[in-house]
Design a protein around this ligand. Structure first.
Ligand code: ADP
Ligand code: MG
Length: 559
């Protein structure tokens, strides 16, 4: 028996593959299952063009068999199989993809589901196996062959026995080392979890014998463990289903199955786009702040699938920071991935998707403002800060997108209002959108500075969050109305009536004011008589750009 050598390049490539391309060893199973699924797809395409073949869906499946005693893990499929030549070319040459060739030969363009294209996935098996054995019988062939390799040393191909068409990959799992546990790849629960995680939406059943505790026959309360073949994957992803067929519960179940959160989302968004870039997405707006949301450990992002196969757990490029609370997933067949599939090759398509998604989230939030106010207010309590931060961040680059989503407490309405609502209620002679800052609504209410504005009948927005004033200053104006702090020097309110009086009063009290200024020394710039006050004897006012509240925050910041 002759041992063939991998080509020199292949040898180096294989070493690189095994050691560095993939970040997680567990993805070997995703790769082998994807190959099995591709092989079944190929048989399916063959039956489309060959009348003598019928595709009986029940005959096609993938099966995973773990044998702890012999330390082997078997991945079996009833796909198209490989001839001796195909074993040689597809598995003997790294970076040779039989699947890519199949797609080209059969002129498959859009709408197919074959995953393979790089010709490297198979070798990920060597990350966890000492020996990889492939037993395969090709469609329309009478012979079966066995390909076997221990990695860099090359491979052998020998004839063997196999009854049915298809392929069996037998992995001899490595022994545990000090830092690496390989036993887990023989463990039923672990395998089940890996299949669920990466391959849940492979369209053929992935079967496995699973121990299940069952009522003993004839007994009412005695259980026994039985080994039973189960299909592990759910096959049809919810995002490929028709929206009309899905109930709110379906979306809620998906949310909790995926562990997006423990709460009930207030809104789901199901997107199917068939345009310049095709993708499906299911997004959720959660109700509650995730417990780690404001911790540095929190990672924003959406799950990214390529054609039903999970590529990335948290793709952060899909979400802007100000929507970091959004949970969910995106599936697209148009993404160009690099060979490890864990890194995206070009981000043009991804950017396009991200842009669409951002717009969609915004419009859904806006419709909540309009149509489901209570829900929106609940949401805003949790995540309003994030939106205000979004207005402020990146030098206001996103303020246009976000300004309609902001809400503040109104002196008049005694509840949260949007800027649009404020502006639409403004009096004819009112020049500005007034706001007052303070620690609580109660305290703001009692501020002497609010009196004059309130007396004029103007509405005042109460800012109690540190970020409020920063965000508003970044906005500068809304619908051409400028924002004005009630404590600023010029309120834009006509105080013509007794201008002269002021002067004379000022003269009268000059001595007193000078005395007060003396005592307060450099803590105030000036002491003046004011026409703004109604019931309060005194108030503080600012001349410059920085309001009193802002000054407090700025002073509190570490230098
Ligand atoms: P890719 O899937 O990107 O093409 P792989 O390294 O995963 O690359 O697989 C290499 C090639 O080996 C595949 O393109 C396919 O032609 C062949 N192959 C691998 N596994 C199977 C299988 N289970 N059945 C049939 N062919 C397979
Ligand atoms: Mg592959």
């Amino acid at each position: 028996m002759e041992t063939k050598q991998f080509q020199a390049e292949s040898k180096r490539l294989l070493e690189m593959m095994i050691n560095s391309i993939y970040t997680h060893k567990e993805i070997f199973l995703r790769e082998l299952i994807s190959n099995a699924s591709d092989a079944i797809d190929k048989i399916y395409y063959k039956t489309l063009s060959d009348d003598t073949l019928i595709f009986d869906k029940d005959q096609y499946y993938i099966k995973i068999v773990a044998d702890k005693e012999n330390r082997t893990l078997k991945i079996l499929d009833t796909g198209i199989g490989m001839t001796k030549e195909e074993l040689e070319t597809n598995l003997g040459t790294i970076a040779k993809s039989g699947s890519l060739a199949f797609k080209t030969e059969n002129e498959l363009k859009d709408g197919h589901d074959i995953i393979g294209q790089f010709g490297v996935g198979f070798y990920s098996a060597f990350m966890i196996a000492d020996v990889v054995t492939v037993v395969s019988k090709a469609l329309n062939s009478h012979e079966a062959y066995k390909w076997e390799s221990k990695g860099v040393d090359g491979y052998t191909i020998t004839p063997c026995e196999k009854d049915s068409v298809g392929t069996e990959i037998i992995l001899t799992i490595k022994e545990n080392t000090e830092d690496e546990n390989y036993d887990e790849y023989l463990d039923e629960y672990r395998l089940k979890a890996i299949i669920k995680k990466y391959s849940d939406f492979i369209r053929y059943p992935i079967k496995m014998d699973v121990t299940d505790s069952k009522l003993k026959e004839g007994s009412e309360n005695e259980y026994e463990n039985v080994l039973e073949e189960q299909t592990i994957n759910s096959m049809v992803p919810i995002w490929r289903k028709n929206k009309n067929e899905l109930t709110p519960e379906d979306y809620e179940n998906f949310y909790s199955e995926k562990h997006y959160g423990f709460d009930k989302p207030i809104k789901h968004i199901h997107i199917s786009v068939d345009g310049a870039v095709r993708y499906n997405a299911i997004l959720y707006i959660p109700e509650n702040i995730p417990f780690d949301f404001y911790s540095p450990e929190y990672e924003k992002g959406l799950e990214l699938y390529s054609n039903g196969v999970l590529i990335m757990n948290r793709c952060s490029d899909l979400l802007p920071d100000y929507f970091s609370f959004v949970k969910g997933m995106v599936d697209s067949e148009d993404l160009s991935l690099n060979i490890s599939r864990e890194i995206l090759q070009h981000d043009r398509q991804l950017k396009l998707i991200a842009k669409n998604i951002g717009k969609k989230i915004k419009s859904e939030l806006q419709s909540l403002v309009k149509n489901e106010r209570e829900k929106y207010e609940g949401f805003y309590k949790s995540f309003g800060r994030q939106l205000k931060y979004g207005v402020y961040s990146d030098f206001g680059a996103h303020k246009e997108e976000l300004q309609d989503l902001l809400m503040f407490y109104s002196s008049k309405e005694k509840k949260m209002v949007t800027l649009d609502e404020y502006v639409s209620r403004m009096a004819e002679d009112q020049k500005y959108i007034y706001y007052a800052t303070g620690e609580t609504y109660d305290r703001i209410e009692k501020l002497p500075q609010t009196e004059l504005v309130a007396d004029k009948g103007y509405e005042i927005l109460y800012f109690t969050d540190d970020i409020d004033e920063f965000a508003i200053r970044m906005l500068m104006n809304y619908k051409e109305k400028e924002f004005k702090s009630v404590s600023s020097g010029d309120l834009g309110i006509d105080l013509e009536e007794n201008k002269n009086d002021t002067a004379s009063e000022d003269m009268d009290s000059k001595e007193l004011f000078d005395f007060m200024k003396d005592i307060l020394s450099d803590r105030v710039k000036d002491v003046r008589a004011s026409k703004r006050l109604k019931t309060h004897p005194v108030c503080l006012s600012t001349d410059g750009d920085v309001s009193i509240e802002m000054e407090k925050i700025l002073n509190a910041m570490p230098n």
